[in-house]
Design a protein around this ligand. Structure first.
Ligand code: TXA
Ligand code: MG
Length: 332
């Protein structure tokens, strides 16, 4: 008789460190979502992450450091990116920077690019682990490629048979905001747990550079936000498959159709088979924290498709709408 292997879920930080130093891939909690982590300077074990996730090799990973200073030999900091990161870290911000000449980040971790995405996470468990390791951790979200990011250890265990350090539900429940820190103004590459408004506030005290080599004409905004997702009921296509639940989504729903479950924002529409509430009070920050867990819940429920109530395009609403929009595109 063969026993199917169950993923190991545990709360012992030393055990996670032991697995990592043993060149194993381990799922770890961060304040955003769970990551699938391995020693970031070890190209071979990093390749293993791609295999486990079934992730295309050209899609680079984020390198997680204990402190900003630890990254200085690996990437080239610009003054504005450093100012923003110093104000936000540890926290839900990822910065893309050029690779330093003697960088130790292997090709595998950066998908062959001459840039790298780095961040300093704040979750106390991953912080303690990073401080005990000799270098950064490479970690994408701990889900199979193209699927929803996990915000609990149980979500990870559904997809991946790896050791999982259980740090409880993730505080933000949404991936970090990724910015391109190489040029000014800073450009948002992926909306996430840090809103455009937050970034602009953090940058308020930064003395705008007078001349910036290679960054083109100066612009007024300190942050260039990505275009807002479409507000049409029908979902736009031509996007990469990303962040997708298994069931079809219908955005901006104002009524319920047969067999639909409801992703509610505010007082729910009547008539849904099942309902997952993002925020009864209409709070976008609370809704962001619940988004992936609610989609996981509806995916596992008896409903056939999911109607999504309109979510305002303010604060973290931008990141929520971005994920919902991509999920629709992925399912087309
Ligand atoms: O909150 C998060 O960011 C989580 C936790 C685990 O840190 N991580 C995460 O990783 O969401 P992942 O791999 O699912 O998404 C990282 C994104 C990918 O879309 C990747 O293409 C992009 O970062 N990325 C990585 N390196 C890049 C680079 N050099 N230039 C542009 N984009 C990059
Ligand atoms: Mg991901």
């Amino acid at each position: 008789m063969t026993l199917s292997k169950q993923p190991m879920i545990f709360k012992d930080i030393d055990r996670a460190i032991h697995h990592l130093l043993n060149r194993e891939v381990v799922a770890l909690p961060t304040e955003t979502v769970y990551g699938l982590a391995a020693l970031g300077y070890d190209g071979q074990v990093v390749e293993h992450i791609y295999a486990l996730k079934n992730r295309p090799k050209h899609n680079p990973l984020i390198l997680h450091y204990a402190r900003l200073e630890d990254s200085c030999n690996d990437v080239v900091w610009t003054p504005w990116a450093q100012y923003l990161a110093a104000a936000c870290w540890p926290g839900p911000l990822t910065v893309v920077l050029s690779l330093a000449q003697n960088s130790r980040i292997p090709l595998a971790a950066r998908g062959g690019l001459n840039s790298a995405a780095i961040r300093v996470p704040s979750h106390p468990m991953i912080q303690e682990i990073l401080r005990a390791l000799p270098g950064p951790l490479a970690a994408p979200s701990a889900n199979l490629s193209g699927q929803l990011s996990p915000t609990t250890a149980a979500h990870v265990a559904k997809d991946l048979n790896v050791p999982i350090l259980d740090g409880g539900p993730c505080m933000y429940g949404l991936e970090s905001t990724i910015v391109d820190g190489r040029t000014w103004p800073i450009r948002i590459l992926r909306p996430g747990a840090l809103s455009v408004e937050d970034i602009n506030t953090l940058l308020l005290g930064f003395p705008e550079p007078i001349t910036v080599p290679d960054s083109g004409p100066m612009q007024d905004a300190t942050v260039i936000a990505p275009p807002a997702p479409s507000t049409n009921v029908l979902c736009p296509g031509q996007l990469l498959a990303h962040y997708a639940p298994k069931k079809r989504l219908r955005l901006n729903a104002t009524h319920i159709e047969d067999g639909e479950g409801l992703l509610a924002f505010g007082p729910p529409l009547l008539g849904a088979t099942v309902c997952a509430q993002l925020s009864l009070e209409g709070n976008v920050t609370q809704a962001a924290a619940r988004l992936f867990a609610a989609l996981h819940q509806l995916d596992q429920s008896i409903c056939q498709t999911i109607a999504v109530m309109p979510i305002p395009q303010t604060g973290l609403g931008c990141a929520i709408n971005d994920r919902l929009w991509r999920a629709c595109a992925a399912l087309e």
